[in-house]
Design a protein around this ligand. Structure first.
Ligand code: PMP
Ligand code: GLU
Length: 392
């Protein structure tokens, strides 16, 4: 018998997806589980977006999308959105590819950039899929550690230490999953300096751009003139518009690279679902109050999560600038993050994702999504408080 690829031994199932599946399974078996593992809005997709999809289906928009890189009204809506929200100008017909989800956009971007053995610089804590996707397309992930004691600041000297002649791409995610960290102007400067010095591409994952707190806007790296021609933006509908299950994302950037990604998209996904694309047009061109309403709600939950975790003895949680994750740490413990996550699962029946999945090995962190209703968050915190002495 033939064997599956050797890569199989180096790639695990996504831990966020695995823990989310586990929570859903425990609930189906009748356990009173609180699942805070998956990063998924608890809100329903706003009704005007749902209506646009239903209308598109009824109108017969059920065939392959043409062009395969995205229907023209959506490419134009994305270009208008980018100019309006991000101060970035792109040609809608040559600089954007619409994909079934931002995750595939990331895959196509890396596939278009990397030859076998090329290295991808990834600041940690990172979203779980960056190193795995880099590996799946033949690249080599290289972690650049940042720490909670330094507010997860990305420092030029630390980036430089990890550069080699094979460095090709730097992945930036601001606001960041799992820390919520947003790049300061000094960090943006550091990223730009390194990219120019070392001739790197930058992947700017902006999927949480709308979920920023305390009135501080997220800056798109593609709006920085010196580096605009080497930045590829990843974005999508999942987080801002509560559309995770619709699978709709995009990548946007330099024409030559987008052309390559478009070829790969046509050979794999073919296109994102046609009626979903019509729904995305309604979302991007329609009223934006729904996005602000959800953002405000996440901000209130952020306040609750930060103050709650800081009030539990032996736990600490730094402030969270964006996205919808708390990433608290157990201060004094002999346990690994996986052991901490398991004890919390067994004793509190709350599901989070252990910090090692995000590239943090030193300290025992655990990620909890707070894109969940306040009653459940409050119950989860109460349960963890009651068993926190077992985390030492
Ligand atoms: N980037 C980050 C940082 C994420 O957390 C996610 C969530 N899955 C994605 C990209 C991709 O999201 P989606 O595939 O749902 O568009
Ligand atoms: N991005 C979310 C998370 O980090 C959804 C699951 C996934 O795609 O990883 O939990």
């Amino acid at each position: 018998m033939p064997n599956p690829t050797q890569l199989a031994n180096r790639i695990a199932k996504s831990p966020t997806i695995a823990m989310n599946d586990k929570a859903k399974q425990l609930a189906a078996e009748g356990h009173s589980v609180i699942g805070l593992a998956g990063g998924e809005p608890d809100f329903d997709t706003p009704s005007h977006i749902v209506d646009a999809a239903i209308k598109a289906i009824r109108d017969g928009e059920t065939r392959y999308a043409a062009p395969s890189k995205g229907i023209r009204p959506l490419l134009e809506a994305i270009a208008v959105k980018m100019e309006r929200d991000n101060n970035v100008r792109v040609d809608p017909m040559s600089d954007i590819i619409v994909t079934p989800g931002g995750k595939l956009a990331l895959f196509l971007a890396l596939k278009a950039m990397l030859d076998p053995g090329d290295e991808v610089l990834i600041p940690a804590p990172y979203w779980v899929s960056y190193p795995s996707i880099a590996t799946m397309v033949g690249g080599v992930p290289v972690t650049v550690e940042t720490g909670s004691d330094d507010n997860y600041r990305l420092r030029l000297e630390h980036l430089r230490e990890r550069v080699t002649p094979r460095s090709k791409v730097l992945i930036i995610n601001s606001p960041c999953n799992p820390t919520g960290h947003m790049l300061s102007s000094e960090e943006i400067e550091a990223v730009a300096t390194l990219a120019l010095e070392e001739d790197l591409y930058i992947i700017s994952d902006e999927i949480y751009e709308k979920l920023n707190f305390d009135g501080r806007p997220a800056v798109s790296l593609a709006s920085i003139p010196d580096i605009a021609d080497r930045v590829i933006i990843i974005n999508g509908m999942s987080k801002a518009y509560a559309m995770t299950g619709w699978r709709l994302g995009w990548l946007a950037g330099p024409t030559d690279l987008i052309g390559v990604a478009g070829k790969f998209n046509s050979q794999t996904a073919t296109s994102a679902a046609t009626f979903t694309q019509h729904a995305a047009v309604a979302a991007l061109n329609g009223p934006q109050e729904c996005v602000e309403m959800m953002r405000q709600s996440y901000e209130e939950r952020r306040d609750f999560m930060v103050s709650s975790f800081n009030s539990i003895p032996n736990m600490s949680c730094p402030d969270i600038e964006g996205a919808f994750y708390a990433f608290p740490k157990v201060e004094e413990t002999s346990k690994s993050s996986e052991e901490v996550a398991n004890v919390i699962l067994d004793e509190a029946v709350v599901v989070g994702v252990p910090g090692n999945a995000f590239g943090v090995s030193k300290d025992a962190h655990i990620r909890f999504s707070f894109a969940e209703d306040m009653n459940k968050l409050s119950e989860a915190v109460d349960r963890i408080r009651a068993m926190a002495h077992m985390l030492a």
